[in-house]
Write a protein that binds this ligand. Structure first.
Ligand code: NDP
Ligand code: OXD
Length: 306
């Protein structure tokens, strides 16, 4: 069995060693143009040339949960596209989102500013029941985030494409129920995949439907957010602020207003990192299952785009 590796922005050596250790029967090599045909490829942002030269791959493993960067490429027709499902990401995402939600709900930025200004003062405690959190996307990550937020007793709403039943979460599904979901939420967490259906979904209309003083946490993709609309809603006071882990352009150009906006907390696409050991173990497990003819989780439906 031959496995190719190509990942922009990752050091290849530890991945090659890890894959070799997990799959001792396989020959693992970094992809170079003209490489001999392989059975599997493990990639992040591969060049089109790799895909064109390897039309008989059984599977292409994406080293992330989101496959939006792969979808514009010409993928070999018979190759299964497999994404990471969790692989250590959901716990990271849960801690990041809980931190962002609690930081805003408990006004911790305000307290920090007060103390730095030498002020020892108290704000009226907010009533948790008035701070429902809406999670857009109830997949692997969204479900874990909703469960973690439940631990802090926030009222929870969830929105997905197909109907769901999650204990303690008021579930909404499809475009027909989007407005009702938004109107019932004050803090909005986006954990959708970026597809033609979800691009620009965080815009003046949708964000404007949140309860007054709404707050956005976008940890999915920058392409979900219409940035000018967020700026306008913040300027009007219709939204109180946002935590953005993802942007249309990463990093944003130096003149981008988000760098220094007082109501925006920006992080560099770090809410849930690809963890090497967990990812290798998951990919190796899936290759083993595929070789035995067993189904695997995380196969992307190309029609849906996720
Ligand atoms: P999943 O595929 O497990 O979940 C996707 C969820 O979104 C599903 O509940 C799905 O609905 C829902 N959804 C998809 N399309 C629509 C739609 N048109 N309308 C309503 N709901 C929709 O993905 P993950 O949870 O694993 O990951 C989600 C995203 O998080 C990734 O695609 C990626 O963009 C982002 N991400 C960001 C990271 C970061 O560091 N910032 C790290 C990892 C991921 P249904 O259940 O009905 O199919
Ligand atoms: C992912 C990401 O999709 O890191 O896994 O954003």
């Amino acid at each position: 069995m031959r496995i190719l590796f190509h990942a922009a922005g990752h050091k290849p050596a530890p991945w090659l060693e890890g894959l070799e250790a997990a799959l001792p029967q396989a020959e693992v090599a970094e992809w170079v143009p003209g490489a001999p045909p392989a059975d599997y490829a493990v990639v992040w942002a591969p060049p089109q040339q790799l895909l064109d030269e390897q039309p008989r791959l059984k599977a292409l493993f994406n080293m992330g949960a989101g496959v939006d960067a792969l979808m514009p490429l010409r993928l070999p027709a018979a190759t299964q596209l497999v994404r990471l499902d969790d692989a250590g990401m959901s716990v990271q995402m849960a801690e990041f989102v809980c931190h962002a939600v609690i930081r805003h709900f408990r006004e911790l930025d305000g307290y920090e500013a007060d103390v730095r200004a030498g002020k020892w003062s108290f704000r009226r405690p907010r009533l948790r029941g008035e701070w429902p959190v809406g999670v857009m996307g109830l997949g692997v990550l969204g479900t874990r985030v909703a469960r973690a937020l439940q631990g802090f007793d926030f009222p929870l709403n969830g929105w997905s494409r197909s109907p769901k039943a999650l204990a303690g979460v008021r579930c909404f599904a499809g475009r027909g129920q989007l407005d009702a979901f938004l109107a019932a939420s004050r803090i909005l967490v986006c954990l959708l995949p970026l597809t033609p259906d979800t691009a620009d979904i965080l815009n003046r209309d949708t964000l404007g439907r949140l309860m007054p003083g709404g707050y956005l946490v976008n940890v999915a993709r920058g392409g979900h957010l219409v940035e000018q609309d967020l700026l306008a809603l913040l300027a009007q006071g219709q939204l109180a602020g946002a935590t953005l882990d993802v942007l249309r352009e990463e990093p944003p150009p130096p003149e981008h207003p988000f760098w220094r906006h007082p109501k925006i907390t920006l992080t560099p696409h770090t809410s849930a990192r690809t963890l090497r050991e967990e990812s290798i173990a998951q990919i190796a497990g899936k290759i083993g299952a595929m070789e035995r003819g067993e189904p695997v989780a995380g196969v992307v439906d190309r029609e849906r785009g996720y």
